[in-house]
Design a protein around this ligand. Structure first.
Ligand code: GDP
Ligand code: MG
Length: 332
């Protein structure tokens, strides 16, 4: 009897995992069924999001972290999202190099995700790919994204732990602030500490953190200095990740809630809720728009409607209401 793809994924079959992620990436019709079959077997992975500006050394760092976590007995999946160069080969080349580094290790699965250019498509595909690795039994899944654009930030924000990687002396810290990724960091990394200005970068992050109120006992994002190329600081980073996990388990287990008001980033139950709410809303929005564009409206009708709005022939509210009433009209 031959096994289904979902069964092979669950058995940790590397080729099945690759195939499953390709189906998801291509938005193949069978992908939804696959996720449905895998879903009951997920929820065991720790999702680590790693983000930061291009060239900050995220891939190098993830690679080093992979080695460190393997030594602690974790099984590791890595999903690299690089929308900046999906087809130029840049990401793929880096991927190949990394594959080589861990080629001897069956417990490490590395995969690049290419964006298909759909709005939100990348975040959707990435979450589903993470489910595949979760079902395959990876205890740790790291997702690397470039910290630009809402999609990438969403991916990392909804992870169990978010790591923001910055580098000294390029003004990246300021850039990152603008992109809104400062708020999502559970841990800051200042990488390339072999360069000048590492301490200045730390100070500038510190002064930013000083502007925010942290309750007693609340997790205050630590700043870890690393040099990914040599591995310096990576053990400390791994230790800090484990501290965060221990801390959030404590909070989730109902220890005295340290936060007087607002969002407790270490409350994993809330994060999980946020992640699932985000996914459901996102999927519904996506599916509804597909319904509108491909079933409710004829070919080109959506674009024609947009043109009519531009020409002031119809206002956007009326256009949306018309579509909605068509959607709600009972089928003859
Ligand atoms: N000097 C120095 N270079 C680094 C360090 N970490 C990474 N790099 C280099 O920075 C470049 C970009 O690294 P990469 O990991 O691809 O960055 P990513 O775009 O953030 O994934 C590569 O040439 C790395 O060798 C570091 O700690 N010090
Ligand atoms: Mg990279």
């Amino acid at each position: 009897m031959s096994l289904t793809l979902a069964e092979r994924v669950r058995a940790g079959d590397v080729r099945a995992m690759a195939r499953a992620i390709s189906l998801i990436e291509d938005e193949a019709a069978s992908a939804a069924g696959l996720v449905r079959d895998l879903f009951p077997h997920t929820g065991h992975t720790c999702l680590v999001g790693v983000t930061g500006p291009p060239g900050a050394g995220k891939s190098t760092l993830v690679d080093r972290l992979t080695a460190a976590t393997r030594e602690s007995g974790e099984t590791v999946g890595v999903i690299c999202v690089d929308p900046t160069s999906p087809f130029t080969g840049g990401a793929i080349l880096g991927d190949r190099l990394r594959m080589q580094a861990h080629a001897h290790d069956q417990q490490v699965f590395i995969r690049s995700m290419a964006t298909r250019g759909h709005m939100g498509g990348l975040a959707r595909a990435t979450s589903d790919a993470a489910l595949v690795l979760d079902a395959a039994g990876k205890s740790l899944v790291m997702i690397e994204t470039v910290g630009v654009g809402q999609d990438e930030v969403d991916i990392v924000r909804t992870a169990d732990i978010s790591i923001v990687v910055l580098v000294p002396g390029t003004g990246d810290d300021v850039q990152a602030l603008k992109a809104g990724i400062m708020e999502i960091a559970d841990i800051f990394v200042v990488n390339k500490c072999d360069r000048d200005g590492a301490d200045r970068a730390v100070t500038s992050i510190e002064s930013n953190l000083a502007l925010q109120a942290y309750g007693a006992g609340e997790w205050r994002p630590p700043i870890v200095k690393t040099e990914a190329t040599t591995g310096r600081g990576v053990a400390e980073l791994w230790a800090t990740i484990q501290q965060f996990r221990a801390h959030s388990e404590q909070v989730s287990a109902g220890e005295p809630q340290p936060v007087a008001s607002g969002f407790s980033r270490t409350n994993q139950a809330r994060r999980l809720k946020a992640r699932n709410e985000f996914r459901l809303r996102d999927l519904l929005t996506h599916r509804f728009m597909e319904l509108v564009e491909h079933e409710l409206l004829g070919a080109g009708e959506f674009d024609a409607l947009v043109a009519r709005i531009a020409a002031r022939e119809v206002d956007p509210h009326t256009a949306a209401s018309d579509i909605l009433s068509r959607a709600l009209r009972p089928k003859p």
